[in-house]
Design a binder for this molecule. Structure first.
Ligand SMILES: Cc1cc2nc3c(=O)[nH]c(=O)nc-3n(C[C@H](O)[C@H](O)[C@H](O)COP(=O)(O)OP(=O)(O)OC[C@H]3O[C@@H](n4cnc5c(N)ncnc54)[C@H](O)[C@@H]3O)c2cc1C
Length: 417
């Protein structure tokens, strides 16, 4: 360890309790484990408020107050900037743990971490952003995302109608038709726009704007089938901020090199959490049936065995994806390679389809008890939340993007990479 990093670690020790007072190197696995255990301890609280979050389509305030208190919002921030620098594996596990108890909470946590990943991966050399990352760790700021836009852009995050209007050291930005999950509760929003009003739609930048720098005019309220607690209302966003708050890397690089992987993997981890809870309910149902009629194998047992194979397949998909990202993350060429893009796109499509399939099969096992909203085996919420996953950046759009790459890509048939 260099003298500088030792001194930095000593400074940070006051800010973050997980950084040990000793100067011994941090045991990454041990500190990850502490973070995951903290999230595990919140399961009961998250579950207790889950039904009202869904019924009232309200932000899961209790869960996020607790996540803040446990300092779990800034865990991706590097040690050098006062965070515990948790691994993607640990963050994915926390997304899954939260989603097992409230899918909206898991989804919001995942979205926030995806936004943090853009800063951690692309803005560590920029002074303003280094200071902002320190604030995320010390103040446990919650970050929202505004990529979706009206006027025909929709979920095509690589294109913007609006542009950054720079006047001296300040820029102004107005973006219409933004669907921003937990927009009102966010402390800051990462927003995409053209580099200038005259730039081509794909020449985009991503800027960080803090709550005091923008207004959100709500144009449509979120009253949806599922993921109701994400409060993904439609807004017109309008704000102004110093130009140094624009992330220096082009948004095309951010999208290709880090956002794609973080979004697809952390969403998939959240969806795995929903799937795992659905399987848990089907399992409890089959056990209860077995107890009711001792000596007779319940008819749902065979389906349960099938369900476990699907869950294992989903888990293997996500774990392999995280491992692939972890081993590629220091290599921008690999991260933007066609093979990597195809792999991450495939994980998103496959995990969302896998979740829908798992919930449907769990329904068959639990029967009317799964269909009822007032049963311990109820799967209605799982089904409603699961239906958001193929349309959250539509699978057809993603498959369309992949298909455009196939003229120059041949799949890799080996089992090892
Ligand atoms: C729970 C939830 C939370 C969200 N939170 C946020 C957020 O915080 N911030 C944010 O910016 N956005 C958010 N979104 C919006 C999301 O990112 C997408 O913009 C939204 O899901 C619509 O994207 P789309 O590509 O399906 O639809 P659109 O772009 O509106 O396209 C409409 C439909 O046309 C078809 N289509 C369009 N283009 C193609 C193509 N190239 N190939 C094939 N078919 C195509 C697809 O069927 C598609 O569904 C959220 C969405 C959900 C469901």
């Amino acid at each position: 360890m260099t003298r500088n990093s030792t001194a930095r670690r000593a400074e940070q020790a006051e800010d973050f309790s997980l950084v040990p007072a000793s100067l011994a190197p941090v045991d990454r696995k041990a500190s990850d484990k502490v973070l995951v255990e903290k999230a595990r301890a919140l399961r009961k609280l998250v579950a207790e408020h889950s039904a009202s979050v869904d019924a009232e389509a309200r932000f899961p305030k209790e869960a996020f107050d607790a996540l803040r208190k446990e300092r779990l919002l800034g865990i991706m921030i590097p040690e050098a900037l006062g965070g515990p620098e948790a691994s993607l594996t640990a963050i994915a596990e926390i997304c899954s743990l939260l989603a097992q108890n409230c899918a909206s909470t898991g989804m919001i946590y995942a979205m926030h971490q995806i936004k943090v990943s853009s800063l951690v991966t692309h803005a560590q050399d920029a002074e303003w952003h280094r200071g902002f990352m320190r604030r995320i760790a010390s103040e446990q700021l919650l970050l929202g995302s505004a990529t979706t836009e009206g006027g025909g852009v929709g979920g095509d995050l690589r294109s913007s109608n609006c542009g950054v209007d720079q006047q001296g050291t300040i820029f102004q930005l107005r973006k219409e038709g933004c669907l921003i999950s937990y927009g009102i509760e966010s402390d800051s929003i990462l927003i995409t726009a053209r580099r200038s009003p005259d730039a081509p739609p794909s020449d985009q930048v991503m800027a960080v704007m803090t709550r005091d720098q923008y207004t959100l005019e709500r144009t449509q309220v979120w009253n949806t089938l599922g993921m109701r607690g994400t409060c993904s209302d439609n807004f017109t966003f309008e704000g102004a901020a110093p130009v140094e708050q624009i992330i220096p890397a082009p948004f095309a690089d951010i999208a290709a090199q880090s956002m794609l992987a973080h979004a697809h993997l952390l969403w998939a981890a959240t969806w795995y959490g929903i799937a795992a809870d659905a399987v848990g309910r089907a399992e409890a149902f089959v056990r209860a049936e077995a107890r009711r009629r001792p000596g007779i194998t319940p008819p749902g047992a065979l389906r349960l065995a099938e369900l476990l194979t699907l869950l294992q397949r989903m888990k293997a998909l996500i774990v392999a994806g995280i491992e692939r990202y972890e081993s590629a993350k220091a290599d921008p060429d690999e991260l933007s390679s066609i093979g990597f893009v195809v792999a991450m796109n495939s994980i998103k499509v496959s995990a969302s389809q896998g979740l829908c399939e798992i919930v449907q099969l769990a329904f068959l096992i639990c029967g009317i008890h799964g269909y009822r909203n007032d049963s311990p085996h109820s799967l209605g919420r799982h089904m409603r939340d699961a239906m958001s996953t193929p349309i959250m950046i539509n699978n057809d759009r993603i498959l369309g993007n992949t298909s455009n790459l196939l003229a120059v890509y041949k799949h890799d048939p080996s089992l090892v990479r």
